[in-house]
Design a protein around this ligand. Structure first.
Ligand code: GDD
Ligand code: MG
Length: 362
């Protein structure tokens, strides 16, 4: 069986971290996001993953090559973004047209068993079966209405406040019959959620299979941190064998420090911290529930909590970064600055004064 992974496109609040890397190479628990998707697929009956890629295709090709986790990997390249439907039509020649295929959004972390979705699809005999999951906030997703036979009778992408048919949403994993490709016009940008699923729903050919599993779309900082914590908790405790950790420093489980990371005296790292290659952390620092990208420098006595620090960013001394804040690649934060409540600092920007406002972008 083949699977298409939608591995392009932006539309994410994590964009300040995407200037040097495609979104699918964002590290989660120090492993690119795409790896977690492939590992999950390799446990199902999928033998080939087709990556639908556009910007930054080369980085993915270089990283994955032609095979990983026993899966063959093919690349379907778009000249420009074709949405969530266009890439499926474009990859038609790479599919087996005598059997259903899987489609997976590339920005999802889940431990749900895809085989069960495939079995359910075969049992229901619709044209498409979506994994659906209950969430408290359907507004960010595609919300569905389902009848007692598991038909999806309505599909509303990004419903306005109060207008969602239910709290059940599209989990971004589907089984599609090749006939679904006939619903997608040729050559252009198509949203499968807005242009195809509502029609299939009306025709009674769309089914929903409710999953009860860990499931996170990493598209916003809070969820990205949650996914990181989830996967760190799944692996083994403290991983730091290739890091240089001062004897007086403390590592609290779970945390993962990559090769070339240095931690200075009396610093306390963890829980739920992933620090990528060659990050230098000074003395007396406190880092908790955070993700730090390669090459960042963290000055003495700096505190990082619930935050994401981009590649090669520099945080000087006595800096405090908190609550979902996101520091873009190559940004510089000067001595004594405090940034809280989801502040986003754009790539390469220097910040010399504290910002305590909610969700400010600078
Ligand atoms: N190749 C390619 N080309 N991939 C794309 C493009 C494109 O033009 N646009 C988006 N993608 C990929 C994204 O990289 C992501 O992996 C996936 O398609 C979904 O796009 P998002 O931008 O993350 O959409 P979303 O999270 O707002 O909504 C989607 O996912 C939700 C579940 O997480 C929808 O499918 C919702 O209905 C769903 O509930
Ligand atoms: Mg998404």
């Amino acid at each position: 069986m083949k699977a298409i992974i939608l591995a392009g496109g932006f539309g994410t609040r994590l964009r300040p971290l995407s200037c040097t890397r495609p979104k699918m190479l964002l590290p989660v628990a120090n492993q690119p996001l795409i790896d977690w998707c492939l590992m999950n697929l390799s446990k199902s009956d999928v033998d080939t993953a087709i990556l639908a890629v556009n910007y930054f295709a080369e980085a993915l090709v270089r990283y994955l090559g032609t095979t990983k986790y026993d899966l063959g990997i093919l690349y379907s390249r778009e000249q420009r973004p074709m949405g969530t439907g266009g890439p499926l039509k474009k990859a038609k020649e790479m599919l087996n047209l005598n059997e259903p295929f899987i489609v997976m959004n590339g920005d999802i972390i889940t431990d749900f068993d895809i085989k069960r979705l495939v079995d359910y699809h075969k049992e229901k005999k619709g044209l498409a079966t979506l994994a659906i999951i209950e969430v408290p906030d359907p507004g960010r997703f595609g919300s569905v209405e389902r009848d007692s036979e598991s038909h999806i009778t309505r599909f509303v992408e990004k419903p306005e406040p109060g207008k969602a048919p239910s709290n059940l949403i599209n989990a971004g994993i589907y089984v599609l019959e090749p006939e679904v490709l006939n619903y997608i016009p040729n050559g252009g940008k198509v949203s499968i959620e807005r242009q195809v699923f509502p029609i299939l729903a009306k025709e009674g050919k769309l089914y929903g299979y409710e999953i009860h599993a860990q499931w996170i779309d990493v598209g916003v900082s809070e969820d990205y941190l949650r996914a990181n914590a989830l996967l760190l908790n799944r692996s083994d405790g403290v991983k730091a064998e290739k890091a240089k950790v001062n004897q007086t420093a403390t590592l609290i489980s779970p945390c993962n420090l990559a090769e070339g990371v240095e931690i200075g005296e009396d610093s306390i790292i963890g829980p739920n911290v992933a620090i990528a290659e060659n990050v230098l952390v000074g003395k007396g620092c406190r880092i908790e529930n955070s993700i730090i990208f390669p090459g960042a420098t963290i000055g003495d006595y700096t505190n990082i909590k619930n935050a994401i620090i981009g590649e090669n960013a520099i945080l000087h001394r006595w800096v405090k970064i908190e609550s979902g804040s996101l520091i873009g690649d190559y940004a510089e934060i000067e001595d004594g600055v405090t940034l809280t409540r989801g502040v986003t600092v754009c790539p390469s920007k220097t910040v010399g004064e504290s910002v305590l406002d909610q969700h400010q972008v600078m």
